[in-house]
Design a binder for this molecule. Sequence first.
Ligand code: SF4
Ligand code: SF4
Length: 427
Amino acid sequence: MKLKLRRHAKSQSEKNSKANGRVTAAEMYRVQDTYVRFNQKDHIGSQMRWDAHLENEREKLKDKQRKLAEKGRAGFEAPAWGLDSAADSLLTIMGFSKNQADSRATAWQTKVEPAPTGRPEISPKEGSQIVRKAAQVLGADQVGFAELDRRWVYSRYFDEKTKKDYPIKFSDEPGYEEHSQPIRLEDGTRVIPKEMKYVVVLLHEWGKDIDGTEHAPSLLTEGLSTLAYARMAPTLWMLAEFIRGMGYNAIPAANDTALSIPLAVDAGLGQLGRHGLLINPKVGARCRISKIFTDLPLEFAGAVDSGITEFCNACLKCVPKCGTKAITTGNRSLEALNEHNSTGVLSWKVDAKKCMTFQNRVGTTCSTCVRMCAWTKPPRRIYAIPRFVIRNFRWRWLNKFWVWLDDRAGNGKFDKKADDFWVASNR
Ligand code: SF4
Ligand code: SF4
């Protein structure tokens, strides 16, 4: 049945994209005019901070983790514990919380002296070249650029210290026109200057191979995914200071301030998968996303359709392996399952509460869906062939054939011998 879609008012970013022949995430996921910006308070990561019941439940995860480590469960051995602790220790030293805006690595104001030469006049092309190089030098695995679509910025941000949510406004909204710098006002409102209409999106991989992902759900896999945050935090911090050092404004953000996945889609870094995660054509869902809003001019090419939606329609590999049925077998929908999803975006909705409850039960952040995902592939050239075919030929039977081949190759199979990870890394 064909979905009847309502016409919606075009945003500035959509009008610009039409003029330039670019595709946006909002077009790809048919964002409706009924769509309202997401409140960060409704993100499950935030809810764990203000909902005492969920907070207590989360404590069970660490308890379970200790018990499994004591029992000597594969993937919970001392080296896995050490890896997770090592990654966490850096985040603790940096005071980094992936969900907190304007705190240390995500600070909205500079700690460095801007270049004495003043802000250089640079073209969007030069800006992109400079920032891309800086991002690579400072440790990003992939980088993309986008025009900021304000629909992806949270309507309100959640402050972990006060456990309350406050508005995010732009300086072209009435009453906020005087602000030309990113700022937090006395009543907690944050203002983003209207000139900050560009976004740098960064990806950090969980390790440099799929090695370790095949042990999910385990502490080893969780350690690798935490390590991606530990690598992201310094890059994010330094790249924001790099931009400010050049005399421009920068707002670095991890999971705070805006929805990361649609921004990554707008930056051409992937598409949304059935499991609710970004699928990057090269590394699959085995990556963490961060972003920097800036007024430094950047050149952007728009979203890239790599055939991932059609592939997910045919695949479903992640569905039966999700131990709590949080991933749907159905079609994409405009309706939210609950307060943790957006309404008015044509996407697969994952039940975040079920997912979190399951994570607490298995004593890790799970990631079985990442392990199972047909896009979780080692960085081998051979995989360029299916990627090319999936992108250019949207035939269901062919996508089914790739899934069959993936199964035959044993990809996504749970590997119980997590000890091998440490031996293999010494080869
Ligand atoms: S992380 Fe685990 S529980 Fe959550 S959606 Fe993926 S497979 Fe399901
Ligand atoms: S396992 Fe298959 S259906 Fe699930 S997200 Fe990955 S490609 Fe899509």
